[in-house]
Design a protein around this ligand. Structure first.
Ligand code: SAM
Ligand code: SF4
Length: 326
């Protein structure tokens, strides 16, 4: 029987973000400036992931995003993606990646059922990219994006975290980047996490600065559809691509929340900026536990709060987004 996940505030949840590893091979300054420092063990096994996705799909999840850490560092990432793509009920399968290993894989990802890929790219300039991510594979990342477009993955998006003094002067370059490419570049306002306080103070820039430049250059705000994500997008008749803004500090940002998260160790996280997780792992050991697993998810959802508390200075217990699957 088709079910729908709904919280106390009438918000419906058809979108799950699943982290498959905390590990990452980049050192993005705002996320893992010292590189991955955790213990790279204990992540959900494939059989547990399969049970988890099947249960969520039965509860009405239609869109699944595989994320991390860096999901493509996991050796069985392609198998997990193909398994997820074959799960009844999953209509949209997305991947968020730093693209260090996307080149050469795009075709296999599409045939494995991937319908969307979001690539993090904080600078179009090699030097800027290296400074922000600590990695030298800028050219490889750019090739991965072009391969994803060429392979016909239906949605290719770029995530660019807006960083004052580091990439906010590149907004015109990003406009140029989408002139001939059918991709959406989305500027994400830097979010405060438990670990990045000083960095946030130094680098946070309001998305309004991007919006102003877009409007001045003739870009028009796109009308929002009912199933649209958190980005406000702009289009321009002379450009094939789109530019978007994700502004988690904007008023009413949480009203349209339609997504849940599960960490790489099986914790259900109700809000990126909340506290604690609901451990689903004990119920992922046997197919026989499916009804109990579904009940447990529905009960947990009832505790989801109306909004994050970022404006009150409470950013929850997320040390960095690599730990919760940003
Ligand atoms: N490693 C993959 C990647 O970078 O695409 C997936 C995980 S990463 C945590 C997911 C997204 O979160 C990336 O686009 C990254 O830029 C973004 N992110 C990480 N920390 C952030 C922060 N403090 N504020 C805003 N976005 C952040
Ligand atoms: Fe790794 Fe993504 Fe965090 Fe960068 S943003 S350090 S690529 S998890």
């Amino acid at each position: 029987m088709q079910q729908t996940l709904e919280d106390r505030f009438g918000r419906r949840f058809a979108y799950l973000r699943l982290s498959i590893t905390d590990v990452c091979n980049f050192r993005c300054e705002y996320c893992l400036p010292d590189g991955y420092q955790g213990t790279p063990t204990g992540f959900l096994h494939q059989a547990e992931i399969e049970r988890l996705i099947a249960a969520f799909a039965e509860l009405g999840i239609r869109k699944l995003r595989i994320t991390g850490g860096e999901p493509l560092v996991r050796k069985d990432a392609m198998d997990i993606i193909a398994m997820a793509g074959a799960t009844p009920g999953i209509e949209q399968l997305a991947l968020t990646t730093n693209a260090f290993n996307l080149a050469g894989k795009a075709e296999a990802l599409r045939t494995g059922g991937l319908t969307a890929v979001n690539v993090s790219l904080d600078s179009l300039r090699e030097e800027g990219f290296r400074r922000i991510t600590g990695d030298r594979r800028h050219t490889r990342v750019l090739s991965g994006i072009d391969e994803a477009i060429a392979a016909g993955i239906p949605s290719v998006k770029i995530n660019t975290v807006l960083l004052g003094g580091l990439n906010d002067h590149e907004i015109p370059d990003f406009m140029e980047y989408v002139r001939e490419r059918p991709v959406a570049v989305r500027f994400i306002e830097l979010m405060r996490t438990a670990d990045n306080g000083d960095y946030f103070q130094q680098r946070h820039v309001s998305g309004a600065t991007v919006a102003r430049q877009l409007v001045d250059a003739g870009w028009q705000p796109k009308e929002r559809g009912l199933t649209d994500g958190p980005a406000f997008e702009y289009t321009h008749p002379d450009y094939r691509g789109r530019i978007g803004l994700i502004t988690p500090y904007a008023p009413n940002f949480c009203d349209g929340c339609n997504r849940l998260r599960v960490t790489a160790r099986g914790g259900l996280r109700l809000c990126l900026f909340g506290n604690g997780t609901h451990d689903l792992r004990p119920l992922l050991q046997s197919d026989a536990d499916r009804p109990e697993l579904k009940r447990s998810i529905c009960e947990a959802l009832f505790q989801k709060s109306a909004s994050h508390f970022l404006h009150q200075g409470d950013y929850g217990d997320t040390p960095h987004l690599a730990s919760t699957g940003g």
